[in-house]
Design a protein around this ligand. Structure first.
Ligand SMILES: Nc1nc2c(ncn2[C@@H]2O[C@H](COP(=O)(O)OP(=O)(O)O)[C@@H](O)[C@H]2O)c(=O)[nH]1
Ligand SMILES: [Mg+2]
Length: 314
């Protein structure tokens, strides 16, 4: 069975890809051997992270980018880590219908992933999903996250190129964006350029970038787009490709892979350790009785924790 799934994924069969991702999401032990076998087929895809506030047009941009990349015959994977994303429903019907046109193309795989169990960060299920799509031969994998919390900071660890999407007319939006997010952007996109205030937004953005810039030879580009009218998409793709070339030229593509696998490894160890400890039988009772003892000052919390860990580790 493992072989069937592995072959299915390697052939890019959408059904196999979907089934394996579902297995992973449901914590299916059966999926682990599949993921293990797929590893040596990963590492080729260009991973693009797209982050920004809700409603800034991330999904619309992804849709337009995906269409353009399809014209270039690139195979596309899209992961939306956003509960309100059109991919998972909850958005305008028009958006969803447009998305579905794309979903009919078997070279475009779209998946939305819940934030359930993520503890504010990206779960190892996201890493697995990226690896599955990578092994499935996707040339471009786009990952959408809403710009709040840990997720958008984590994205820089997995993405090769990170796009930060902003909109004009929200003068305060730039100020409220943490310096951290300014540093993660490889390319800034001012979408909804059909709205007033574009020039001012760009000026503010430039000031912010100058303040937070780490000394590099590369100047962070700012692209204006109107996703709704398909404007600026070619320029955006051009910048994405330029960034990829920049990474390759400076051996940073390899470095990004390394960082991603390293983060993934740590995530897996953490998950395994946690389940090892909390799946331990009688742990609940043990915790209750230790808590009673802590209350009575018969033991302190540190010694109690050490006692539990020693039990698990031996
Ligand atoms: N005026 C205008 N609206 C846009 C543009 N791009 C997207 N939208 C609309 O903005 C809304 C939110 O877009 P969406 O892609 O779902 O944003 P997301 O939450 O960042 O993924 C939708 O109604 C889009 O049709 C644009 O360039 N101009
Ligand atoms: Mg969205």
């Amino acid at each position: 069975m493992t072989n069937n799934f592995v072959n299915g994924v390697l052939k890019g069969d959408p059904l196999s890809i979907a089934r394996v991702i579902t297995m992973i999401e449901n914590n299916h032990e059966k999926a682990i051997p599949i993921i293990k076998t797929l590893h040596r087929h990963t590492g080729k895809a260009h991973i693009i992270g797209i982050t920004g506030v809700m409603g800034s047009g991330k999904s619309s941009l992804i849709y337009e980018l995906a269409k353009k990349y399809r014209e270039k015959n690139k195979k596309i994977g899209i992961i939306a880590i956003d509960p309100t994303s059109p991919f998972s429903g909850g958005a305008l019907l028009g958006d969803r219908i447009r998305m579905m046109n794309l979903a009919d193309d078997e070279n475009v795989f779209i998946r939305s992933m819940g934030t359930r169990g993520m503890l504010g960060g990206l779960t190892s299920a996201v890493y697995d999903t990226i690896n599955i799509l990578d092994a499935a031969g996707k040339d471009i994998i786009m990952v959408e996250t809403v710009g709040v919390g840990q997720a958008e900071v984590d994205i820089v660890k997995i993405a090769d190129t990170t796009l930060v999407v902003l909109v004009p007319g929200l003068g305060d939006s730039i100020q409220t964006i943490k310096a951290g997010i300014m540093e993660i952007g490889d390319i800034f996109v001012v979408n909804k350029a059909d709205r007033p205030g574009v020039e001012q937004t760009i000026a503010e953005l430039k000031t912010m970038l100058d303040l937070t810039r780490i000394v590099t030879e590369r100047e962070t580009p700012i692209i204006t787009t109107i996703a709704r009218e398909r404007k600026g998409i070619d320029e955006l793709i051009n910048e994405i490709e330029k960034h990829k070339k920049y990474l390759k030229k400076n051996n940073m593509f390899e470095e990004k892979r390394r960082k991603r696998y390293e983060t993934e490894l740590v995530e897996i160890i953490k998950r395994k350790l946690t389940s090892l400890i909390f799946d331990e039988t009688n742990l609940k009772e043990k915790i209750q009785s230790l808590t009673d003892q802590i209350l009575k000052k018969e033991i302190d919390p540190h010694t109690a924790a050490e006692e539990i860990l020693t039990r698990v580790i031996k």
